[in-house]
Design a protein around this ligand. Structure first.
Ligand code: F6R
Length: 620
């Protein structure tokens, strides 16, 4: 959460920072600000609201210079105001910095600094860091360090970092050191981009795209000093280290909206392509299995696995639930799906042969990262199913599988969910083929996977019909989403999509569980969305649907093409093509994504930037 960008070089820094902030806005959009050094002084521009507001301010009050930092905020400490927007100023203006993360001991540090005469202008935890750096700078100079020397500033930052409890990605500018920025990381991602006599720093690589493809990802406890000529990387424990440069393979037009009005809609329509990418080169025709070399495990090791733990948050957790069903069905290995925020603090017993996966689109979710590290600390190799190449989880995992879904920018996850389900199907096939799954069954499984992108293309044809349904139902304030077996996680996911972008209350439930409580909610003002495609369990779901109808509840059904029985009973029926049950979540989630999208639009909500949310949840 929160997006950071910084630059040293000779470009017009305010334009570059604003462009970077627009690209990072999905990480937080409560407020935005920049600080620019013109060689003599640092100018600050910051404003509550979207980056567009800041751009307007900079237009009215331009700032000149070639060194600067910027920030787009997702508020943690302190309300959304101009004053609480980053950058924050330390001391008498000798330090200006931006920060992502949470400083847990900010209260104690604030008291300490106030007792020494520091005056606070904001309610943020970040201002504490700014004053603390200023304080240590002052101390260093009193002790005889040269105020014109970079090392004096680096030392002040290093001492400050040792006093912080919590997480940070921080970038600092200094009034009396015009050509330098200092950046450091613990728990909040940062990447340095290397150009010709210029350097960039950002929370993720998106602001760098089009400027450079050479990057260094900071590790925890790394501090980097950047001047136009040089990048100097130091590690708290290892001293100076060589940057590990990598090549970025993101392309600029990934972030273009093209013909679409919103990223969410664009990403919904990208799903056939994303699914094709997920299976490309991963189906081994000769062995009738999936090729997942990134797992870094031999068939013998795979054969020994006796349990799988999948850990994730939000939508990725829902994908994990589908993973549980499909792996247990085809590979016959017991699977547990754990919320990462719970797993990280639990002391769950794990057998030696437990295989663990973190499932994450961004690869930066703080709880998922912490859960993965906890597993690794206990000696378990932790693998990842991840979308963002070069993200922290992708780098720290012991192996895994990339989604290859392309950038997902809309805050509501869509194509990442279906791609995760696809990868979990590949994993089930791969593990199944080391065990009971026969060659012909493996071939059948692969055939279905290959057909899937086309089926999703067909499912997208429901768009117009979903739009009409949304027009009739958008004014309702409570919804139930119901499904069973493979479509129970789809019900959870459908409800989450509606909640997060339209602010409408929605509950996802296993359809049969409804009788144990939620059925009390059913009335003519509470629509139930039934996910009821063809399959072994369908007659049972049908009974659940009848139970709702009998109580006067409106029903929107997601059913298979030609299923007239459902259509006769439900008030609205949205048809999708039939696919095998283990792949149904990929198809049945499409109309639910579209429904959430259109309900949100009709309720006047910001679909890509829903309130209170951010794309990457990098705080606990
Ligand atoms: C919902 C959504 C979130 C994320 C969750 C985990 O649409 O996007 O629930 O799924 O924050 O994020 P990742 O997958 O990046 O770890």
């Amino acid at each position: 959460m929160c997006g950071i960008v910084g630059y040293v070089g000779s470009r017009k820094v305010s334009d570059l920072l604003l462009e970077g902030l627009f690209r990072l806005e999905y990480r937080g959009y409560d407020s935005a600000g920049i600080a620019v050094h013109d060689g003599g002084a640092i100018s600050l521009r910051k404003r509550a609201g979207r980056v567009q507001e800041l751009a307007r301010l900079v237009d009215e009050q331009p700032v000149e210079g070639g060194v600067g930092i910027g920030h787009t905020r997702w508020a943690t400490h302190g309300s959304v105001t101009d004053a609480n927007s980053h950058p924050h100023v330390g001391g008498n203006g000798e330090v200006v910095l931006v920060h992502n993360g949470v400083i847990e001991n900010h209260d104690t540090l604030r008291d300490h600094l106030q007792s020494r005469g520091y005056v606070f202008q904001t309610e943020t935890d970040t201002e504490v860091v700014a004053h603390l750096v200023a304080h240590h700078l002052d101390e260093r100079v009193k002790l005889g360090d040269d105020p014109g020397e970079t090392e004096t500033y680096v030392r002040a930052v290093e001492i400050t970092l040792t006093e912080l409890k919590g997480t940070y990605g921080v970038v600092a500018l200094f009034r009396d050191l015009p050509e330098t920025i200092v950046t450091a990381r613990l728990g909040s991602p940062l990447v340095v981009g290397v150009g010709e006599e210029e350097y960039f720093v950002a929370s993720d690589a998106s602001p760098l795209v089009g400027y450079t493809d050479r990057v260094h990802y900071l590790s925890d406890h790394e501090l980097v000093v950047l001047t136009p000529e040089k990048m100097d990387v130091r590690h708290r424990d290892n001293g100076r280290v060589r940057p590990s440069l990598q090549t970025l393979d993101q392309v600029a037009d990934d972030t273009d909206l093209g013909e679409f009005e919103h990223y969410m809609l664009k990403e919904i329509f990208e799903q056939p392509k994303a699914l094709e990418n997920a299976i490309r080169g991963r189906l081994d025709e000769d062995a009738a299995t999936a090729r997942l070399g990134g797992l870094n495990m031999t068939p013998r090791q795979l054969r020994r696995i006796d349990r799988i733990v999948l850990t994730a948050c939000g939508t990725s957790w829902h994908a994990g639930l589908v993973g549980e069903y499909v792996i247990e069905e085809f590979a016959r290995i017991p699977v547990e799906v754990e919320y990462a925020s719970e797993l990280r603090y639990r002391n769950s017993p794990l057998s030696e042969n437990t295989m663990t996966f973190a499932i994450t689109q961004s690869g930066e979710t703080a709880d998922t990262l912490a859960a993965m590290r906890e597993l690794q600390r206990k000696g378990h190799p932790a693998l990842a199913i991840c979308n963002v190449v070069g993200s922290t989880i992708a780098r720290e995992a012991d192996g895994g599988v990339y989604l290859r879904a392309g950038s997902e920018i809309g805050v509501a996850s869509t194509k990442a969910f279906t791609s995760q389900v696809m990868i979990l199907n590949l994993l089930a096939l791969h593990l199944g083929r080391t065990r009971h799954l026969s060659f012909p069954s493996g071939e059948r499984f692969m055939r279905r996977l290959r057909e899937l992108p086309e089926k999703v293309e067909q499912a997208l044809a429901c768009h117009e019909q979903v739009k009409e349904v949304a027009a009739r139902y958008h004014a309702f304030d409570n919804y139930l989403y119901l499904g069973r077996l493979y479509n129970f996680p789809v019900a959870l996911e459908g409800a989450l999509k509606l909640k997060e972008i339209s602010y409408v209350h929605a509950e996802g439930y296993p359809a049969a569980e409804m009788k144990h409580g939620p059925i009390a909610l059913v009335d003519e003002r509470t629509p139930s969305v039934f996910v009821i495609p063809k399959g072994g369990i369908q007659p049972k779901v049908m009974s659940n649907l009848e139970e709702v109808k009998a109580r006067g509840g409106p029903v929107i059904a997601i059913a298979c093409e030609g299923d007239e029985r459902v259509a006769e009973i439900a008030d609205e029926t949205i048809f999708v093509p039939y696919v095998e049950e283990h792949l149904q979540p990929i198809v049945t989630s499409i109309p639910l994504q579209l429904l959430a999208y259109h309900v949100a639009l009709l309720r006047g909500c910001n679909v890509d930037r829903p309130r209170n949310l951010a794309k990457s949840v990098t705080v606990e």
